[in-house]
Write a protein that binds this ligand. Structure first.
Ligand code: PGA
Length: 269
């Protein structure tokens, strides 16, 4: 059983029936003291109503997880804890790696898997991503599976094929019960960290392609439950444009999530 930790007051989107999820991917930023400060500040600027509209997950570096777990618990904050990566083996001789069971013990709910920076700089293949998805589910957590085309792939008209291949490879082995619990982040690689996001039409088209992969494998009922985030230069000014899209249920936010005030404005947008 996957941990379903939805806040009692969290309401699904009436239009889609799906729970919204906005996630802060801090990447390699903030030591544990800065992480505590940023989380306290975020909790301070958010209003109670903000939490009933969307679930909020924070994905700090590994060294910040334990302090944030304690902070969230002791102050009864309504954030879900997330990680940015994990290894696919549960334990063993893998110097420098962190496993899914270790994260699960820290009350981590979501694990980002296959972020484009990991695919690019750490050579993660579709097979590795798939193994990590399996490991995350095996430890009762939920993967946020990142997919997206590069600039060159888009120029060559390969966006749809790339998305289909990445998604299908990551999820094809799942049972329908697990498939419908997936979160997929559509992040066009060319829009990440650039200050120039995709336009909403492209984001909707990418998200619809992601959902169609689930539909062709498991049918409409499963596909309609999968949550899809858009990521890539999301900021307070463009967040609402993405959240209104038919197939977009949330956001994966990098740069703008490092400033608690701007992340709060994205949540409130
Ligand atoms: P960005 O990063 O918001 O800085 O573009 C998003 C991501 O990499 O998840």
């Amino acid at each position: 059983m996957v941990k379903e930790k939805h806040d009692m007051e969290l309401r699904p989107n009436p239009r889609t029936g799906r729970y919204r999820l906005i996630s802060a991917n801090w990447k390699m930023n903030f030591n544990h003291l800065e992480a505590i400060q940023a989380t306290q500040k975020l909790s301070f600027v958010l209003r109670p109503a903000d939490y009933s509209y969307t679930e909020i997950s924070i994905h700090p570096p590994f060294t910040d997880l334990r302090p944030l777990q304690l902070l969230i618990d002791s102050d009864r904050m309504r954030f879900s804890l997330g990680a940015q990566n994990c290894h696919f083996e549960p334990h063993g001789a893998f110097t420098g790696e962190v496993s899914a069971p270790m994260l699960s013990r820290l009350n981590v709910t979501y694990v980002i898997v296959g972020h484009s920076e990991r695919r690019q700089h750490f050579f993660e293949t579709d097979d590795i991503v798939r193994a990590k998805v399996e490991a995350v589910f095996h430890s009762q957590m939920t993967p946020i599976i990142c997919v997206g085309e590069t600039f060159d792939e888009r120029q060559r008209g390969e966006t749809e094929r790339i998305l289909q291949t990445q998604v299908d490879s990551a999820v094809s082995f799942l049972s329908p019960e697990l498939a419908e619990r997936c979160v997929v982040a559509y992040e066009p690689v060319w829009a990440i960290g650039r200050g120039a996001s995709a336009n909403p039409d492209d984001a909707q088209q990418g998200a619809a392609t992601v959902r169609s992969v689930f539909e062709s494998r498991w049918g409409k009922a499963v596909a309609s439950k999968v949550r899809i985030q858009y990521g890539g230069s999301v900021n307070p000014a463009n967040a609402a444009d993405f959240m209104q899209l038919d197939d977009v249920d949330g956001l994966l936010v990098g740069t703008a999530a490092l400033d608690p005030e701007s992340f709060a404005r994205i949540i409130q947008a």
